[in-house]
Design a protein around this ligand. Sequence first.
Ligand SMILES: Nc1ncnc2c1ncn2[C@@H]1O[C@H](COP(=O)(O)OP(=O)(O)O)[C@@H](O)[C@H]1O
Ligand SMILES: C[C@@](O)(CCOP(=O)(O)O)CC(=O)O
Ligand SMILES: [Mg+2]
Length: 400
Amino acid sequence: MQVEDIYVSAPGKAILHGEHAVVHGKVALAVSLNLRTYLRLKATTTGKVCINLPNIDTFICWDLSELKQLIPYLCEKSEEKRLDAELVRRLREFVGVATENLDTCNMAILSFLYIYLSLFGSGELPSLTVSVWSELPTGAGLGSSAAYSVCLAAAMLCASGAIPTPLKEWDHTARWCQEDLELINSWAFRGEMIIHGNPSGVDNAVGTWGGMLRFLAGKIIPLSRVPLLRILLTNTKVPRSTKVLVARVKDKINKFPLVMTPVLESVDAISCTCEKVLSEMTSEPVTEEHYNILEELIDINQHHLNVMGVGHSALDTLCRVTLANGLHSKLTGAGGGGCGITLLRPETDSSIVQTTVQDLKDCGFDCWETSIGGPGVQQHSVLAVKDESPGGFEQLLRPT
Ligand SMILES: Nc1ncnc2c1ncn2[C@@H]1O[C@H](COP(=O)(O)OP(=O)(O)O)[C@@H](O)[C@H]1O
Ligand SMILES: C[C@@](O)(CCOP(=O)(O)O)CC(=O)O
Ligand SMILES: [Mg+2]
């Protein structure tokens, strides 16, 4: 089977409220970032499948003959919300990991191979090279795993012919219809299941649709009427694994159900209150009180996340340093380190922002103001990727 070269990208995300609680059926509010992951799928005639992942120093090739041996184990029809357990087991054996705990590299490889074999396994396996490069920090709470999975799903669904390659010559970036996006989202969810263990699906939904959305038990509601929020992103650079943190919260809920259930319900109420305030801010003049409420909700939620056991001293430092400059912060994503968000008011003086950024950099953190609400998964022409992200594209094409 010969496939065309395909270029796609997907955004990372920040969760405003509802991380972890969303895994347990509560509401989350999440928004796409202007930081993206890019993928190039190149058809080859080498008889090999190669994957180049420069962000995690992983460059691997397999002979098609090796991969073909895994095909007899494919389920007839893979279910959307459940992984094919036998294929996962065989893949673990194939890449040589015996335990449940996968490292960075094996998580990325397993999710690639799972999607590749599931989508191409019923026909002739194509020879190809997939290269992925990201502007997102890996494993820091900004949904790099979901952006990676969304890119893999979109490119391989295109290559398999399951969804069209929508790019027109005159169009530098192109998107798919709703049905195709749902298919991309469902395959990205499988990739997330391999990386996270028990994902809620909110991250891959933002990676697929972009913008701001409300997520509840798999139901995705895009929020079209939201005010333009100014957000400072801080990466504490403390490494952590979403899978480990999600499992930790689950253990705590199982151990103290009566203690933890009200906490999750409170987080749910925080997300709903925040959504209501954001909606009011688009229909009436924005007042100081709107921002007071948003800031208080951030503080309360940060305490709840500490109660869930996903805080970290570096995140406490972030909250303390920003509060000293009159700004409110909370962790975003799985916590345990990684990134936090700080809300800026429209009138927040640039000197305050600069001082805060410097104070945070002095703590050893990365910190930058970001724009939110960028587009979801897109297909690109080579030129468009080059125009939009010169650094990213050069990395992507770096000979390996
Ligand atoms: N650019 C990338 N290249 C390869 N693998 C990636 C990339 N981005 C993310 N991943 C995979 O996702 C994992 C990180 O996922 P996770 O712990 O959920 O953190 P995050 O908050 O960034 O989503 C990495 O260990 C790796 O397996
Ligand atoms: C903690 C959680 O709510 C978000 C995890 O996001 P991230 O992988 O840390 O970017 C898990 C999930 O929703 O699947
Ligand atoms: Mg993740």
